[in-house]
Design a protein around this ligand. Sequence first.
Ligand code: AKG
Length: 233
Amino acid sequence: MIARIPLLSAGECARALESVWARRDAWTQRYPGLPAYTLGAASYLDSGPGRRDAYHAKAAALNPLLEREFGWLYERLLEALGEHLGAGVAFEPRAARPGFHVFLAHAAFRRPLGRIHFDLQFMDIDWPDGRRMDFSRPVSYTLAIRLPKSGAGLRAWDVGKAEYDAMDPAARDRIGEEREPEYVPYREGTMVCHSGMLLHQIAPAAADPRPDDARVTLQGHALPGRDGYRLYW
Ligand SMILES: O=C(O)CCC(=O)C(=O)O
């Protein structure tokens, strides 16, 4: 199930956007030659085998900045997710706070940018012993702060993890061309929340960009454990 949760007013989106622009000095460029950035540490990009310590160090370096700039937004996020999930929610202290994807105007975003994937990056984070995390029920959420004029969204496929795992690699590569995805349009201020076990991809832009177009989203994940959900990026 894909839930839509209204979270921010237009004025609040503008406030968040202003802070994202103001901290441009802390953005990380993610694809050479393309205006695709993140603000915050992202486990799917900054962690991985042999890189966990670097991820946790980057999280420790950037979390205070994110807390300072977006503390008010995190309060709203925690409240909304707690209500939606019907459970306690808290940030995982040593993991990265939810951060931002920032895509500025570029014709290359007419083509698919990110991979078709499940959100399994919880495997690349150090979870404290004893919290008994449930790796079978990850949650992902995306809150659109600013969208291009032609819109933006998510592509999702009705292909379960077991079915995907049973496919040969060539068949997996063809999913994008051969299977019709569901298109989930974003709306500024509304959060889209789904299982991390949903096969998905950032949808390519629907039209050539206008010079002032930007796609800015708050991105994060959550994992249930013994005492409620822990949030991270
Ligand atoms: O930005 C989006 O639309 C979704 C991003 C995404 O798929 C992810 O970060 O796992």
